[in-house]
Design a protein around this ligand. Sequence first.
Ligand code: NDP
Ligand code: PYC
Length: 351
Amino acid sequence: MVDKESRGQAPAAPAGSTRMPVDALRALLARIFRRHGTSDTVADILARNVANAQRDGADSHGIFRMPGYVSTLASGWVDGRAVPVVTDAAPAFVSVDARNGFAQPAHDAARALLLEKVRSQGIALLAIRDSHHFAALWPDVEPYAEQGYVALTFVNSMACVVPHGGKRALFGTNPIAFAAPRTTGAPLVFDLATSAMAHGDIQIAAREGRQLPPDHGVDRDGEPTCDPQAILNGGALLPFGGHKGSALSMMVELLAAGLTGGNFSFDFNWDGHPGAQTPRTGQLLIVIDPSRAGGANFAQRAEALVDAMKDAGQQRLPGERRHRQRRESLERGVAISDADLAMLRELAGEA
Ligand code: NDP
Ligand code: PYC
């Protein structure tokens, strides 16, 4: 018998789940954000971000994060109606005071000025401060590479990572994302925490009762542990790659917080705001127009590098899994477990 997939029809959703068009998911998420106190603008921007993460299979920063957004808004820790203040700081420098709002609306408010500067100067920096970033970073850089630019960004989070050789948590999970155009296919994009694992994945492992590989974290006594609950309950994560990841995490603190005027990951605490989960820190974004470098066509060089990597035996590029998942979600709908859908409807007041 020919199955549905080989007849070109969408297969049924996995057992215990449904498939939802991305637009419908985005609309549901926007209703949740609005219901819990954000402005329409913020709701639309965050809903797109979360829906696109779920679409791409970025599970630690998709709908898994919705209860955290909602409890943070309810706690009064973040201002879901904040109006960011954009400053034209220098010929190649834009700064934004997010005014205790989310980072993505601050980025959105500065985008046109930033791009104007990239076009006139060949490079421009966006420094966001007093912002909350609770999401994946690739959505912040990938669109620039789709326009032919190279982009990289840095965000610091909350103190939950012990610096190399240290005794207590100080750094955040401090992700870095990079995007570069190619001549064919989707841009080259990587997006990674500088901790051994993202905090969101530790939470997911704890929820699912999974043990972690060695060298990911320590318990409250500083002893190595593979138990995600021990890391979450008074323990801490380790940087990836020992002293090397620790140095990168230090750099992220300096660029995302030191340079922008945002909080370091250890500068704030959630006391007084029970339910708060979003880090109140900063973000730096750098966008480069490679055509201004004067050398050979950058996208062709990127393509040559990819060919060489494949020739050397690299099986998969960063971003490839995400784009494969994106294609599937766009064709068939985003798979959402019945439990997650019930959770979203509850948050939307539509149970
Ligand atoms: P992963 O370790 O899952 O992936 C990191 C990168 O490596 C991705 O670009 C991924 O591509 C790529 N990759 C993974 N496996 C391979 C492989 N075998 N070969 C080649 N490339 C590979 O990410 P993290 O767990 O470190 O981070 C998860 C998310 O958490 C990120 O989106 C990050 O931005 C977010 N985060 C956000 C924070 C915040 O403060 N807002 C804090 C910390 C993390 P692909 O995507 O295709 O799998
Ligand atoms: O997964 O480490 C993480 C994280 C921190 C803030 C948002 N995500």
